[in-house]
Design a protein around this ligand. Structure first.
Ligand code: OOG
Ligand code: NI
Length: 474
């Protein structure tokens, strides 16, 4: 019997979730079709340059999902499920303070961590956990009720968890068990038809619609499944032309005449979905919930900590200017800030140590050059002997994530700012998941370092990569 490795399982899992979600949310299929058209159009216009940040086959297959769980126990279980598919926790995002509405969650993303695994199939899932003990959102009484409600539900059955553990331990699983694993894992993220307790749901919703979606129902579900596009502005307009209401803006960096960095995202507004509710008198009646939306994203180059500092300063500067001219459009202001501050070419990003790259030797440019035994990477790049190739950003942005959550809420919810929040960080998240949550920068840096080491071997010289020096200088 044939054996299914992690990447094969992951690709099948992404496909199976996509098929399931497409029947639940038909607008998702419209979004995927529009994304495919945009990508084909972009390829036709730009040729192979379009594939600079990922091959068209990778980009076409690429998705990220978003799910939300209620407790530490559920977070550790979901970590076991994703490990079966070679997906591990990367990055910590605290959305409680990144948003002005009540978004009481802390998050990580489960994804492949090796670049060859990412290349085979890059499926990732942004996973949020309800911060149910944060007194700014939930008083003592509600905390207790939430804890009890969550303790009594089971998102992932024993059979699923056992199969998942086996696949994660053995690096994959036999074909027959794989089919079962996929059926059970997909079903765990399906929208349940079980009636929702009206009173309980509305009580949580008064505090936070996100809390109600997580802790107000007996199961979890995929909130959205996000395709990747090569031109997100074109996609935005195409969706509007199809009559689909989009959120007001594209989150993240503005469109500008320079390298794409990090991540740009947008979404269509959450759709009303019919659900059944149980009322206090025992009657069951239909109602409507608006929780799932359709997101799309465009990925750019991963920034180094120095680049990220610059990015954060540019976002703050945009906020400052907007406060002075409230009628201006955010994207117009941001574009101006970008043009004034961010290098206009990839080469400058590389020379200034602002973004991560791998490096390719240009043998023709090397011809006739006598290299010293120790050389600076930056000089090799400036002399065009070495060509930097961008490393794509594989992660998320807390402010955009909060913006996406927020743009789909109709109510602000409530938060008592006078109280102190429960503190969470990447280490605590590691304990909760039961696996080390990797800092994304460690992964990008490792990939870059490998490439520099290969280059040094090829050139038979010692290469000084001065990222660290540059970082300290900025
Ligand atoms: C997650 C929202 C954040 C992203 O791509 O940044 C997100 C959620 O709605 O559960 O998906
Ligand atoms: Ni998302």
């Amino acid at each position: 019997m044939s054996f299914k490795s992690h990447w094969e399982l992951r690709a099948a899992f992404a496909q199976s979730l996509s098929a399931m979600y497409g029947t639940e949310v038909p607008a998702y299929n419209t979004l995927v079709d529009a994304s495919t058209r945009v990508n084909e159009g972009f390829m036709a216009q730009h040729g192979s340059a379009a594939e600079r940040l990922g091959s068209i086959s990778r980009v076409t297959a690429e998705r990220h999902g978003a799910i939300r769980v209620g407790s530490e126990r559920e977070m550790s279980q979901v970590g076991r499920v994703f490990a079966a598919f070679g997906m591990y926790p990367v990055g910590f995002y605290d959305l409680r303070d990144a948003s002005s509405s009540a978004v009481p969650v802390v998050s990580t993303a489960f994804r492949p961590i090796d670049s060859d695994e990412l290349a085979k199939n890059p499926f990732r899932v942004f996973t949020s956990m309800l911060a149910g003990e944060d007194p700014r959102f939930f008083d003592k009484e509600l905390q207790t009720e939430l804890r009890e409600f969550l303790a009594n539900r089971e998102l992932f059955g024993e059979e699923l968890l056992e199969l998942a553990d086996r696949s994660s331990r053995d690096g994959g699983i036999d074909e027959e068990s794989a089919s079962r694993l996929l059926v059970l894992a997909t079903a765990a993220f399906e929208l349940s038809s079980e009636p929702v307790n009206y009173e309980w749901y509305r009580r949580l919703e008064a505090i936070s619609a996100v809390a109600a979606d997580i802790g107000g129902v007996g199961s979890t579900h995929i909130n959205h499944l996000t395709p990747r596009v090569l031109d997100i502005d074109a996609l935005y307009h195409e969706m509007e032309a199809l009559g689909i209401e989009m959120i007001d803006e594209i989150q993240g960096p503005p469109r500008w005449d320079g390298p794409d960095v990090l991540l740009r995202q947008t979404s269509f507004r959450a759709l009303g979905e019919d659900r059944m509710f149980v009322h206090p008198d025992g009657s069951i009646k239909p109602g409507n919930l608006r929780v799932r939306f359709g997101e799309v994203e465009a990925r750019g180059i991963a920034l180094t900590p120095a680049g990220r500092d610059l990015y954060d300063r540019m976002v703050a500067e945009t906020d400052r200017r907007l406060a002075e001219q409230p009628d201006a459009k955010r994207t117009d202001v941001a574009r101006k800030v970008w043009e004034e501050n961010l290098p206009h070419t990839e080469l400058e990003l590389a020379e200034q140590g602002l973004a991560y790259f791998t490096f390719r030797l240009d043998r023709n440019a090397l011809e006739g050059t006598e290299l010293a035994s120790t050389v600076q990477l930056r000089d090799l790049v400036s002399q065009r002997i070495v060509i930097p190739e961008p490393i794509v950003y594989e992660d998320f942005l807390p402010r955009s994530a909060a913006g996406i959550f927020q743009s789909n809420l109709t109510e602000q919810g409530s938060k008592d700012e006078a109280l102190h929040g429960t503190s969470y960080d990447i280490d605590r998240m590691s304990v909760i998941v039961g696996k080390t949550v990797t800092d994304p920068n460690t992964l990008y840096q490792k990939q870059q370092d490998h490439s520099v080491a290969d280059l040094a071997r090829e050139l038979q010289v010692r290469i000084i990569s001065d990222n660290a020096v540059l970082n300290a200088a900025l």
